[in-house]
Design a protein around this ligand. Structure first.
Ligand code: PMP
Length: 405
């Protein structure tokens, strides 16, 4: 490997050099969104400055160039995920839209009365609520898969809950609250024995470790560009070719049709079938730049660095009296959620903000996961490859200082 130096990558991120409330910014809210390297910012600016055009329709040079850029990004996403072909990638607004798309198309066509969707208690609301909505409509049921005390999915309970009623298992590749990385490949293999499909929410995974959707054997894999150093408003839905091929249209409009007539309308094949209207073309260009930027790093070294940084943070935070980390799964990404005895999480975040440290406080869109620990709110520090042990020290010093006031 080429190794990894966080100080080198920090130079690519202009925003990391600003101050907040008179202090150097310490960005520990990467679970909510990551910062953008200049390569992404420049790709967006260059598209609008010299290449802006709609795609797929105009018979002119710039329309062709924009089409090539958009389709080039699709190919880059496919290769980033280990997908068999660019046609198995649908551009969406983000993870939330991808899950809703699958619920509204695949779900509406495949769920019937008494069918079950298994959803771990860990999940983000965007991987719970769309299933509740379609389940209600189809008289199906969303069945929560319980957690063990360490925040890992209870594998015995999962095996017991699986049955021939199970149509879908929807689970995240990494939890945004506990950082837990479940054994997705094994769970998928088990689900497939019952003929169930598996949707993997990769929102928190893709920035932290390489993903191979074919090795996982996932039927669907979804993520958001903005948590992957890319722009907001663009993300991807991967579907197995044979699963996508059977999908019905979602939104209707331009780009998704073959021929429109008041008598009969015929549709374009996937992925275009599921991409009605003008997409986020610049966003796709920015997403490609983000993928190129991340994959130019030594990813094995990045994952090892993040693991070491997380271990360092766990040790350092243990020295803060009254601080309690939630969940302690051995397999986890660099997300640490905690409470501080005697302090409201919102007040902790506010205090840290005064020192230029950005963390999130609240339920993190995962209320069932927090309630598993009897909590309604907690503080979350989530790290990316550009965070440093020095920033961990700053966080710990700020927390210590707060307790002494
Ligand atoms: N799933 C997980 C695990 C997430 O962390 C998030 C974002 N916090 C989402 C889904 C939703 O992503 P988005 O808001 O980009 O659609």
């Amino acid at each position: 490997g080429r190794g990894f130096d966080p100080e080198t990558v920090r130079r690519d991120f202009p925003v990391l050099h600003r101050t907040v409330n008179g202090h150097p910014l310490v960005w520990l809210d990467n679970g909510a969104t990551t910062q953008k390297p200049r390569q992404v910012i420049e790709a967006l600016a260059a598209f609008y400055a010299s290449a802006n055009s709609n795609i797929h329709r105009g018979a002119h040079t710039m329309a062709r160039e924009a089409t090539e850029a958009y389709e080039g990004s699709r190919a880059a996403v496919a290769s980033f995920l280990g997908a068999p072909s660019p046609d198995s990638v649908v551009f969406v607004r983000g993870t939330t839209e991808a899950v809703n798309l699958v619920a509204q198309t695949w779900g509406r066509a495949n769920l019937g009365a008494g069918d079950e969707i298994l959803v771990p208690v860990l999940e983000h609301h965007s991987n719970i609520v769309p299933w509740q909505m379609i389940a209600k409509e189809r008289h199906a049921r969303v069945v929560p898969v319980p957690l063990g005390p360490d925040g890992q999915i209870d594998q015995n309970a999962f095996a017991d809950l699986l049955s021939f009623r199970t149509q879908l298992v929807a689970l995240s590749h990494a939890s945004n609250v506990l950082g837990t990385v479940p054994p997705v490949r094994e769970m998928t293999a088990l689900a497939h024995r019952y003929g169930a499909k598996v949707l993997v929410d990769g929102a928190q995974a893709v920035a932290h470790f390489p993903v191979d959707v074919q090795a996982l054997d996932a039927d669907f894999y979804v993520f958001s560009g903005h948590k992957l150093f890319g722009p907001t408003g663009i993300g991807a839905l991967y579907g197995k070719p044979e699963v996508l091929a059977g999908m019905r249209p979602w939104q209707g409009g331009g780009n998704m049709i073959d021929s429109v007539d008041f008598g009969r309308t015929t549709f374009a094949p996937v992925p275009h079938l599921l991409e009605a209207g003008t997409g986020n073309i610049a966003g796709a260009v920015g997403l490609r730049a983000a993928i190129d930027w991340l994959t130019s790093q030594d990813r094995t070294a990045v994952t090892a660095y993040e693991k070491a940084l997380t271990e360092y943070a766990v040790q350092a935070l243990a020295g803060v009296p009254g601080l309690e980390l939630i969940g302690a799964a051995p397999e986890r990404i660099s997300v640490l959620t905690f409470t501080l005895a005697g302090y409201d999480p919102a007040a902790v975040a506010e205090c840290l903000d005064r020192d230029g440290i950005a963390v999130r406080a609240g339920h993190h869109c995962a209320q069932p996961a927090l309630r598993h620990y009897g909590l309604e709110s907690a503080v979350r520090a989530s790290f990316a490859l550009y965070n440093t042990p020095r920033e961990v020290d700053t966080l710990v010093a700020s927390l210590q200082n707060m307790r002494q006031q």
